[in-house]
Design a protein around this ligand. Structure first.
Ligand SMILES: [Zn+2]
Length: 446
C-alpha cells in the first residue's frame, strides 16, 4: 500500500483531494512502525489561531509547528522547524541522543539589537515567506505557549559579530577602506557587523499569489513534486502556513542597524545567492565571491559615509538547483566547448530551466527590514531588480561588478548573463560575439 493512500478523510479541497480512502486500522496493522499519530485528520485537531497579516501580533497568533506537549493536536503550521535541518533533529531523536520532550530555555538569547517595527509586519500581502514576529516569538507568545501547552519556537535570530576577510585587510592596506575604529576596527580590516538569520515560513495563499497561481495549484505541486512528503498540504486546507525544508537567509548589516529603514540615509545593498564553490572555496568559474566581497566592501564604505550597508545571503546553492546539478552542468560545459553562447543552454539541458531561484519571495526581507528605497544596488541580476521594483521598492542606481574583479574563466558566465538581460554599463554582445567568449577547457588542467 502506498503511504500516500493514508491521507484519508479529506475536507474542502475538491480540486486537489485524494480519492482513495483507507481505514486507519488497516494502515496501523500493515505498518512497520507502531505507536504514532497521523496529523491528517482535521476533526481530531484544534489549531491555535493564526491570522496572517492581522493588526497586532496578539491577533495574528504564533506559528506552532512543534509536536511537543499538545502540539500535535494544536499545530497550525505544516512542516517542521529549522528548514532542511529538521531531518537531523529527527535523527537525533531517533538515535536517542535528543530527548523528544526537550524544550528550549531561551534565557539571554533575545535579539542583540532591535529591528524597528514596520507596517509591512501587519498585512497579509507584504510579507508571505517569513514570520515577521519570528525573532520575538518566545516573548510575545510565552503566555499562549503556557496556557495551550505547546512549544513555540523562534524562526529569526539577531546577533552581532566581527568579520575578518583577507580581501578587506587588503582593502585597508591598499587605502580603499579607512580604519575608523567603529565600523572598520583596525588595520587588520576587522569589521563590525550586525546579523539576522531567518528561516522560511510560507503563508501559502500569499506565496501562490506571488507566482500567479492558485493556492490549490501551489499545494498540489508542493505535495506531488516532493513525492507526498507533506500530506497535510492536501488534507488540511484549514492550515495556511508551511515551513518548507529549504535553506534560509542571513542579513549582514554594516553601520547602525536603525539606518537601514531611515529613508534619509543612503543604502547600499547586495542580494547574494549561495555559491559554495566560489564563496568559500574560491572556484574561478563564476563571479560569486568577487562580487560578494565587492558588495561587502561597498556596503562598509556606505556605512562609513553615514549611510547603511546591507548584504543578504540566500541559501540557494547553484541557482537553487544544488551542487550536484551544478557540477553536471560544469562537466557538460567543459566537454562541449565552453562558450557564452551555450552557457544557459547547458543548464537547460540538464535542469530543464536556466534558473530555479525565483526571486518573487526575496523582497520580503527588504520589507521586513523597512527598506523603502535602494540607493546603490550591488547586483546586475534583472530577476532580482524586477522582483524588488515590482514589490514597490525603487532602485536608484545599479552597480555592476568591476571588470578587473571578473576571473578570466568566468567571462563565459557574466557575458552570457549580460546578453540575457543582466545590467551593464558596457556593451551587450551579439550572439556571434558570445560564440567567441570561451572558457578554459579541461585540457588546460593537466
Ligand atoms: Zn558561483
Amino acid at each position: 500500500m502506498s503511504p500516500i493512500a493514508v491521507v484519508a478523510q479529506p475536507q474542502a479541497t475538491p480540486d486537489v483531494a485524494p480519492t482513495k480512502k483507507v481505514e486507519e486500522q488497516q494502515y496501523h496493522t500493515s505498518s512497520p512502525v507502531d505507536g504514532f499519530t497521523l496529523t491528517t485528520y482535521p476533526e481530531d485537531s484544534h489549531p491555535i489561531n493564526l491570522a496572517w497579516g492581522a493588526a497586532s501580533a496578539e491577533a495574528r497568533g504564533p506559528v506552532v509547528a512543534s509536536k511537543y506537549r499538545s502540539g500535535l493536536d494544536k499545530h497550525n503550521t505544516i512542516g517542521a522547524h529549522s528548514g532542511s535541518y529538521c531531518v537531523y533533529h529527527a535523527l537525533a531523536v531517533g538515535s536517542k541522543q535528543l530527548n523528544p520532550e526537550h524544550v528550549a530555555d531561551y534565557t539571554n538569547s533575545q535579539p542583540a539589537f532591535s529591528i524597528p517595527e514596520q507596517k509591512s509586519w501587519y498585512n497579509e500581502k507584504d510579507i508571505v515567506a517569513m514570520d515577521p514576529f519570528g525573532h520575538l516569538t518566545p516573548y510575545l507568545f510565552d503566555e499562549v505557549s503556557e496556557s495551550e501547552n505547546v512549544e513555540i519556537r523562534p524562526t529569526i535570530a539577531i546577533t552581532k559579530a566581527t568579520m575578518q576577510l583577507f580581501e578587506l585587510k587588503d582593502a585597508v592596506s591598499q587605502g580603499r577602506l579607512q580604519v575608523d575604529g567603529k565600523i572598520v576596527k583596525n588595520s587588520n580590516g576587522d569589521v563590525n557587523v550586525s546579523k539576522v538569520a531567518v528561516e522560511p515560513v510560507w503563508y501559502l495563499p500569499g506565496v501562490a499569489e506571488r507566482f500567479n497561481i492558485t493556492e490549490s495549484e501551489l499545494r498540489k505541486a508542493l505535495f506531488e513534486d516532493t513525492n507526498g512528503m507533506y500530506p497535510e498540504l492536501i488534507t488540511r486546507p484549514d492550515i495556511k502556513v508551511f515551513l518548507p525544508p529549504i535553506g534560509g537567509l542571513t542579513v549582514y548589516i554594516f553601520g547602525d542597524p536603525k539606518f537601514v529603514s531611515d529613508p534619509s540615509k543612503k543604502l547600499a545593498l547586495r542580494i547574494h545567492d549561495e555559491c559554495n564553490g566560489s564563496d568559500v572555496f574560491g572556484s574561478d568559474i563564476c563571479t560569486c565571491r568577487p562580487y560578494l566581497i565587492f558588495g561587502i566592501e561597498e556596503a562598509v564604505k556606505e556605512a562609513q559615509n553615514g549611510g547603511s550597508g546591507v548584504v543578504i545571503y540566500f541559501r540557494k546553492e547553484g541557482r537553487a538547483l544544488g551542487e550536484v546539478t551544478k557540477y553536471l552542468v560544469y562537466n557538460a560545459r567543459k566537454r562541449g566547448g565552453d562558450t557564452a553562447a551555450e552557457y544557459f543552454h547547458r543548464t537547460e539541458c540538464i535542469a530543464g530551466v536556466r534558473d530555479m531561484r525565483f526571486q518573487q519571495l526575496m523582497p520580503d526581507i527588504l520589507k521586513w527590514l523597512g527598506i523603502s528605497k535602494i540607493d546603490r544596488m550591488l547586483s546586475m541580476s534583472n530577476m532580482k531588480h524586477d522582483a524588488i521594483v515590482e514589490q514597490g521598492i525603487p532602485i536608484l542606481e545599479r552597480i555592476p561588478i568591476p571588470d578587473e574583479l571578473v576571473p578570466p574563466d568566468s567571462r563565459v558566465e557574466i557575458d552570457a548573463k549580460i546578453h540575457s538581460g543582466y545590467f551593464t554599463n558596457g556593451t551587450v554582445m551579439t550572439n556571434d560575439e558570445l560564440k567567441n567568449v570561451q572558457g578554459r577547457s579541461w585540457d588546460n588542467f593537466e
